[in-house]
Design a protein around this ligand. Structure first.
Ligand code: SF4
Length: 343
């Protein structure tokens, strides 16, 4: 019978993420007795972070920034699902329903950016979860982080599926005058069936593209990542073409893409999702995903297809268009341009 004292303290204190991990390990997510239940049925647990910027290796950027852990957008392919396991929470339902909120992130970030040792390297904003998921409307941590990076003249690349970003056009414009920034709106497909099946908590793809239009009209450097393209769901030629055309029609400055990869808890979740909702697809998916990614030949073939579409609709490829360099992508590990169009 666990008697971990934080089961009681969490109701009155703001624990660290380590405290939360310990509490959940002993008592499950139900141990988060101080978590705030909201109308969306998710629970929000405020945590105290000791650092805001996280140093990472093996990526096209060295620093990441994530105000939230867990994401109510709940995309079934989300590679960040596996990171929730670090907090002793599962990569399935709890990833989308138990959200950790770093309530002190902006203060800590400002302190880090103010250090003489900070060399204003590119920050990848939103690599683990979406900085404009619905709870941002309440906490405004992403807005505060942008303001801190403006003051600290720190460049960033931000990726989101949240049209709420247009709320912050004023602070994004201020930032653009102080440092480089690139906004990557994630729109893997405009196909309604694939959207409903794969991204249950996200805004409609066209709403995201309209947000891109607003960002562009405000003079911001914004484009779209078709990330990830999911074989069997959003990978047909016709779906790819409709998506690239819609992206071009909304004035995006660039488009990039990658093919879904599956690893650890994300793989487990996705296989369970397929088994539950689309059992007929599972054998083909397992054949294609013997490893984390589909075979290179597959990725090369589809990359060529999307390149054709990019040229057809006059779109710049992401790497041609991004002054900020490599994209932070919660939908892919390396920021490589990888695409898919068929099984
Ligand atoms: S892919 Fe992005 S929007 Fe979807 S659940 Fe993951 S972090 Fe959230």
């Amino acid at each position: 019978m666990p008697t971990f004292p934080l089961l009681f303290d969490l109701a009155t204190q703001r624990p660290t993420t380590r405290d939360v991990a310990k509490a959940v390990k002993d008592g499950g997510a139900a141990a988060l007795t101080g978590a705030d239940h909201r109308a969306d049925d998710a629970r929000y647990q405020e945590v105290t972070c000791r650092s805001a910027l996280n140093r990472v290796a093996g990526m096209p950027f060295k620093w990441t920034l994530n105000p939230y852990r867990g994401c109510t957008h709940g995309c079934h392919y989300c590679f960040a699902r596996r990171y929730h396991v670090q907090f002793e929470m599962n990569a399935g339902d709890e990833f989308a329903s138990v959200i950790l909120v770093k309530h002190n992130l902006v203060v800590v970030l400002a302190r880090e950016l103010d250090k003489p040792s900070w060399t204003r390297e590119l920050v990848a904003f939103g690599t683990a979860t979406d900085p404009y998921q619905p709870i941002e409307g309440h906490y405004k941590l992403s807005r505060g982080a942008i303001q801190a990076m403006t003051k600290g003249r720190t460049p960033f690349g931000l990726i989101t599926k949240g049209p709420m970003i247009v709320r912050d056009i004023d602070v994004l414009a201020d930032h653009a005058r102080a440092a480089r920034s690139t906004i990557y709106m994630s729109v893997p497909t405009v196909d309604e069936d694939a959207w409903r099946q794969l991204e249950p908590g996200t805004a409609h793809p066209l709403k995201r593209l309209r947000a891109v239009r607003e960002l562009i009209d405000a003079g911001l450097n914004a484009g779209v990542l078709m990330a990830p393209i999911v074989p069997g769901f959003s990978s047909s030629r016709s779906k790819l073409e409709r998506t690239v055309k819609a992206i071009a029609d909304h004035g995006a400055r660039f488009v990039g893409c990658n093919v879904m990869y599956l690893q650890d808890g994300t793989r487990d979740h996705f296989v369970q999702f397929l088994e539950r909702e689309f059992p007929a697809l599972r054998p083909r998916m397992e054949k294609l995903y013997r490893k984390k990614s589909p075979p290179e030949a597959y990725r090369k073939e589809v990359k060529a297809m999307v390149s054709v579409l990019q040229r057809r609709y006059g779109m710049a490829r992401r790497e041609d268009a991004s002054p900020a360099g490599g994209a932070p992508s919660p939908d892919g590990p390396t920021g490589e341009t990888q695409v898919g169009f068929a099984w």
